[in-house]
Design a protein around this ligand. Structure first.
Ligand code: TYM
Length: 374
């Protein structure tokens, strides 16, 4: 059976099969992001981000409330994170680029959690020391996305534990093992560290409020795989005297091969920010497309951008100009654009992007310390 016919699985640890985003809204009990809400975000930002225009961010909980708090003159905050188990890939950058847009629009503080504990507990072959090393490596990528200094608080669950442990304990006391089992599917053979970990991912929703000693509405921009955490957090928030966190959910950038999302656990299907730009360009050339088997057939029948990963990269990240995007779509369908030409153009764009991003990443080394929580 080919990958894309497999049943959809979306959990914090696995995303596979053909993803039906409308179904996820239904299954997870979230709300579709309406045009009205997108326009409200655009009003505060000064422009409509392409990730909104193109429904890359497509679902939410309580985003209307979070914006209304801001409009009423209250301070609002942002929270997102990373499980540092390896290098960062282009998929991870999607929510971070969008987070920067929100940070600027709402002048918000951002709490950015590095879950080196989670990844150590989860990954058989990852040592704690390696996970911690990736915390600092991956933080360079976060900073390279342009997060605002003085308003961004990155922290490692392990190295900065003194800032978070007390709040983590308060949250963990409100979550029973049976809830954790029901939501995350833990079994008796899982290590006990993993069953405690969700308290720490939940805790960060309240961290700004806890530190500032007043309730600050929190919004979490992330792909929808992280949603189970927010469901348990929302259940305990009011019991602890905090607002329920709001969410805005993103879609997944696909991998270079057919089906699923870009994932570091399948490195051959991912483009990492640390890849040699020439090697990344070659990966693009080898990617799955929605084109025909031969150039002759492509010219006769045209391709299908709807199932094409190369087109997805243009759509999600690399072609911001709507007219140019439509042109790619039209020329692909009519057969006048071959996959070879389309891949060659994208591979040049990926290369340029990586060269530029890697410069920013290098520069971030000078200010790494300034971004960590004090
Ligand atoms: P992690 O490291 O798996 O993912 C980091 C962020 O990237 C998103 N993501 C993707 N987005 C688009 N396309 C993809 N192919 C793709 N793959 C991953 C994830 O949704 C996430 O937003 N447990 C978390 C770390 C964490 C966290 C958080 C994430 C702690 N607190 C709060 C988001 C919000 C993790 O392992 O993420």
């Amino acid at each position: 059976m080919s990958n894309n016919k497999k049943e959809m699985v979306v959990t914090p640890w696995e995303v596979s099969g053909e993803i039906d985003y409308d179904k996820l809204i239904e299954n997870f009990g979230t709300n579709k992001l309406t045009d009205e809400l997108k326009q409200k975000l655009a009003k505060h930002a000064g422009y409509l981000h392409s990730q909104l225009k193109r429904d890359v961010f497509f679902s939410h909980r309580d985003l209307d409330w979070w914006i209304s708090q801001y409009e009423a003159g209250n301070k609002v905050g942002l929270y997102t994170g990373r499980g540092p188990s390896g290098d960062v890939h282009l998929g991870h950058l999607l929510p971070w680029i969008f987070t920067k847009y929100l940070q600027d629009a709402f002048d918000a503080d951002l709490y950015f959690q590095m879950t080196d504990d989670e990844k150590f507990l989860l990954k058989e072959n990852l040592t704690l020391e390696q996970a911690i090393e990736f915390t600092y490596e991956n933080a360079l990528d976060v900073i390279a996305c342009g997060m605002n200094k003085g308003k961004t608080f990155i922290f490692s669950d392990t190295e900065d534990i003194s800032h978070i442990y007390k709040l983590g304990l308060k949250v963990s006391k409100k979550i029973t093992l049976s809830t954790a089992k029901a939501v995350f599917g833990f079994t008796d053979s899982d290590n006990i560290g993993l069953t405690w970990y969700p308290a720490l991912q939940a805790m960060t929703c309240f961290l700004q409020s806890d530190r500032e000693k007043k309730n600050v509405p929190c919004l979490i921009p992330a792909a929808i795989d992280q949603d189970p955490y927010w469901r348990i957090t929302r259940d305990v928030a009011e019991k602890l005297g905090y607002y329920k966190p709001a969410q805005i959910h993103g879609k997944f950038l696909p991998g270079l091969q057919q089906g699923g999302k870009m994932s570091a656990s399948q490195p051959e299907t991912a483009i990492f920010t640390t890849d040699n730009p020439d090697i990344a360009a070659k990966k693009v050339v080898a990617a799955f497309t929605g084109g025909q088997q031969t150039i002759k057939l492509q010219k006769e029948l045209g391709g299908n951008p709807g199932i094409c990963n190369i087109y997805a990269y243009y759509y999600y990240l690399f072609e911001e100009d709507d007219k140019k995007l439509q042109e790619i779509d039209r020329n692909c369908r009519s057969g006048s654009l071959t996959c070879g030409e389309c891949k060659a153009k994208l591979s040049r764009m990926v290369k340029t992007f990586l060269i530029d991003f890697q410069k920013k990443r290098e520069k971030a080394k000078d200010s790494l310390n300034d971004y960590f929580i004090k």
